[in-house]
Design a binder for this molecule. Structure first.
Ligand code: HEC
Ligand code: HEC
Ligand code: HEC
Ligand code: HEC
Length: 465
């Protein structure tokens, strides 16, 4: 063989080795949208094994008796867990230790030798806020976390500090040379998926309510002085927006088509139900960061803060850690009913998306009531009959009943009224032939600051239809 041929053969083998070595084992592709829309998710067996290990559930401790004296009546300084039974409270302390400080133990939050009621360590003050935050996510953001819910473990996974957190980043500002202002670009970091997109899109979208839009809503140019902003969308906006989208896709380990039909990214009715879940997710993350993390700024010591002095914040990856449902969708909260005793309320609604790809909460009907009453009128009876028919046709579906009341007047009376209305609707559904086991009663909610007909209602929400 001449040297020339040997060389060519060598090059050919090398090329073959490089090409076949690209990704092994071969990726698994799964179709997630309608045929022909190119909506597929690619996964790799090797990564799946790693992700499964990272997202395995810890073994649950034995359940506690929910009855008996409450922690609030026994202990001195219990501000959040007051309505847990003493047994549940003790279980919560043990679980928090396992989930957040398995090496340090109780002394991570309680100073050795001091009474447990003392708030000496900052970690205890943070943990108390974290308890309210966890309760708030589970009670008010079921539009995102569903019945799966979250516990401290969802974010912490046995670590003092969750693995994926973020801080505001200093804009690199101007650089030498003709490029001038970098606009936060060409600084690859985890938050932008190591791309050349702006490095700190998360501050605008996950801590402030920056509009996630790349298209203007009006034909005419921007009116910066007085909102609505009209055609404010710009190339710069688009880059920030795409940087956020990279963060979202990476956090969940999915492609853009998991949520969008790429022929029209902005169109909601072409999008998957997961996009609506993500919409709620964005709002939930803002609520968590603004309502719980940022207020802890003076509590955290300097060495826990970021380069700009802000506290660590939550992003999509803090819970998701590379999978579309944290802990691969294991319903961990179900093992910890005492955590559901913490909670408050809000109500927000996402734009309507395309149906059918996956089960998403689905409002079957709304039943309105007159002030102070729980009687169901003719329109209400019709809504109940329709819901009963839909349930008869979908044997696997269940129904959530949630009562709403306005937040004016006596709150306890309003809550009681919300409950009475929900019970009236449940009885009417049973009378229409729906088995009681398929009906889930939800805690009544307030519609904040409104006294309209919309706040005097009961929603019928189909689950799994
Ligand atoms: C991650 C932080 C953390 C860890 C670890 C922790 N605790 Fe607590 N502990 C708290 C917080 C926060 C409260 C207050 C809860 C509230 O305000 O509702 C509290 C309150 C208490 C109280 C009530 C004291 C009183 O009189 O007010 C007792 C008792 C207690 N903890 C015991 C324990 C024990 C025992 C352990 C270890 C098994 C433990 N805790 C581990 C955060 C922690
Ligand atoms: C949504 C995600 C999330 C959940 C759920 C969550 N945490 Fe945290 N936690 C964070 C973030 C983010 C930080 C800030 C990390 C830092 O200190 O830099 C943090 C910090 C803490 C710290 C301070 C750690 C330190 O050493 O500075 C404690 C203690 C803590 N969390 C306890 C809890 C407890 C207890 C629960 C459950 C009741 C809980 N967390 C639930 C995200 C979460
Ligand atoms: C987990 C779901 C999800 C993934 C994955 C995702 N997006 Fe989005 N995207 C959304 C949501 C939700 C919005 C709207 C947010 C809002 O209204 O607050 C949005 C908005 C957008 C918009 C703005 C549309 C408009 O109306 O102007 C564009 C463009 C976009 N996404 C592109 C992408 C690209 C490119 C990718 C992949 C790198 C991607 N998205 C990945 C959920 C997702
Ligand atoms: C506090 C924890 C937490 C954070 C933070 C979080 N998620 Fe989620 N997310 C969940 C849980 C839990 C579920 C599973 C819900 C279920 O089982 O119905 C979920 C489900 C989803 C789903 C539906 C997946 C599917 O297969 O149907 C999408 C999409 C999603 N999240 C997007 C996001 C985006 C985007 C962000 C950041 C803006 C985010 N999430 C932040 C906890 C979180």
């Amino acid at each position: 063989m001449s040297r020339h041929i040997k060389l060519s053969l060598g090059v050919a083998f090398m090329a073959l080795a490089i090409l076949t070595g690209c990704e092994r084992p071969r990726p698994i592709s799964e179709q997630t949208g309608y045929r022909g829309t190119g909506m597929v998710e690619l996964a790799n067996k090797r990564d799946n094994v790693k992700l499964a290990a990272l997202n395995a559930l810890p073994e649950a401790t034995a359940k506690a008796d929910p009855n008996g004296p409450t922690a609030g009546s026994l202990y001195k300084n219990v501000q959040v867990l007051g309505n847990q039974s003493v047994g549940e409270f003790t279980r919560t302390m043990v679980n928090m230790t396992n989930w957040v400080a398995p090496t340090e133990g109780c002394n991570y939050c309680h100073k050795a030798g001091e009474d447990f009621s003392a708030d000496t360590l900052y970690t205890k003050v943070v943990a108390r806020k974290m308890l309210s935050m966890t309760g708030k996510i589970n009670a008010d953001w079921s539009t995102h976390v569903g019945a799966t819910g979250v516990t401290c473990y969802t974010c912490h996974r046995g670590n003092n500090i969750p693995k994926d957190i973020w801080f505001s980043a200093a804009d690199p500002g101007t650089v030498k040379g003709f490029t001038g202002w970098k606009y936060g670009q060409n600084t690859p970091v985890a938050a932008n998926g190591y791309s050349s997109l702006p490095l700190d899109s998360l501050s605008s979208y996950l801590a402030n309510d920056g509009q996630v839009r790349i298209q203007g809503t009006t034909a005419l140019p921007a009116n910066y002085a007085s909102p609505p902003m009209g055609n404010k969308a710009s190339i710069a906006n688009t880059e920030w927006n795409y940087s956020l989208m990279m963060h979202m896709s990476n956090s969940l380990g999915v492609n853009c088509t998991f949520c969008h039909n790429s022929r029209d990214f902005s169109n909601w009715s072409d999008s998957t139900p997961q996009r609506a879940t993500a919409w709620y997710g964005l709002r939930m993350v803002r609520d968590v960061n603004n309502g719980y993390m940022t207020p802890l700024e003076s509590t955290f010591p300097a060495h826990r803060k970021g380069p700009l002095g802000d506290v660590a914040k939550v992003g999509c990856a803090t819970c998701h850690q590379g999978v579309n449902k944290p802990l691969n969708g294991a319903q961990m909260l179900a093992d910890y009913p005492e955590l559901k005793k913490i909670g408050a309320t809000v109500a927000v609604t996402a734009p309507a998306v395309a149906g059918a790809v996956a089960a998403a909460p689905n409002v079957l009907g709304k039943i309105y009531f007159t002030t102070g009453k729980n009687d169901i009128d003719a329109a209400g009876k019709e809504a109940i009959a329709t819901a009963a028919k839909a349930l008869a046709a979908n044997a696997a579906a269940t129904i959530d009943i949630s009562g709403f009341a306005d937040s004016t007047g006596n709150q306890d009376q309003n809550m009681e009224l919300g409950k009475q209305r929900a019970l009236a609707v449940r009885d009417a559904l049973k009378a229409a032939g729906v088995a009681e086991a398929r009906i889930n009663m939800k805690k009544p909610e307030f519609v904040v600051g409104s006294a309209t007909a919309e706040s005097r209602r009961v929603d019928l929400v189909a689950v799994g239809m």
